[in-house]
Ligand binder design. Structure first.
Ligand code: 13P
Length: 246
């Protein structure tokens, strides 16, 4: 089923104390919101965030996971490790990980499968570069990434998947895709999922410089179910405004 979702991606920001302050400020103000609210926090904040959000309507996610179960993988975190502290979501294939840490479509797919196998809900990111957009290759790129990320999944597992369309040129740059372009891209992702699984109900978010000022226009589009928010999710007040716009 399509759901309204607003997810924050804190990236490498926020210490445990900041996390607790943020949740204390946000939580009383979003009790009645219509969207599912997710915070994807650094590993070191996970335990605090999960403990503080128990019994609230804030869901907690990690920002990455490794695809092996255990072993000599210094510095990596397994799906089981995340699950055992009650992590619910995990971002997979963010463009920063694809670019800075050489994550390929194959790695993204392995991580998605491993997350699902362990009861985590993946938030899968896809998106094109500026060059690809200028060469009219954006739709081809994102539908290809979607197809590769979803290899080997069952139709039923789509219920536990969120896709985030994040054009790389819009991330952290202050440039947002026009709401029409974002909708067109998300519609194309939905069509690809339908072609693969006969399912049009998957939840798909837009990400890339979403702010209180541009959120409503994006959310008014028929195919956009919400947002994956970076910079504007670091302040409870701006994140709350974005939640209120969906
Ligand atoms: P910004 O909202 O800071 O552009 O970041 C978007 C993003 O990368 C969310 O995953």
């Amino acid at each position: 089923m399509r759901r309204k979702v607003i997810a924050g991606n804190w990236k490498m920001n926020m210490l445990p104390n900041d996390t607790i302050d943020f949740i204390n400020e946000l939580e009383p103000n979003i009790k009645k919101c219509e969207s599912e609210v997710i915070l994807c926090v650094p590993y070191t904040d996970l335990f605090y965030a999960i403990s503080f959000c128990q019994g609230t309507n804030i869901h907690i996610g990690a920002q990455n996971v490794f695809y092996e179960d255990s072993g000599a993988y210094t510095g990596e975190i397994s799906a089981q490790m995340l699950k055992c502290i009650n992590t619910e979501y995990v971002i997979i294939g963010h463009s920063e990980r694809r670019k800075l840490f050489n994550e390929t479509d194959e790695i993204v797919n392995k991580k998605v499968l491993k997350a699902l196998e362990n009861g985590l809900k993946p938030i899968i990111c896809v998106g094109e570069t500026l060059e690809e957009r200028e060469q009219n290759k954006a739709i081809e790129k994102i539908t290809d990434q979607t197809e590769k990320a979803l290899q080997g999944l069952t139709k039923e597992s789509l219920e536990n998947i969120i896709i985030a369309y994040e054009p790389i040129w819009a991330i952290g740059t202050g440039k947002t895709a026009t709401s029409k372009d974002a909708n067109e891209a998300i519609k194309a992702i939905r069509a690809k999922v339908k072609e693969m699984f006969e399912n049009t109900d998957i939840t798909i978010l837009y990400g890339g410089s979403v702010k209180p000022e541009n959120a409503k226009e994006l959310f008014d589009e028929p195919d956009i179910d919400g947002a994956l928010v970076g910079g504007a999710s670091l302040k409870a007040s701006s994140f709350e405004s974005i939640i209120g716009a969906n």
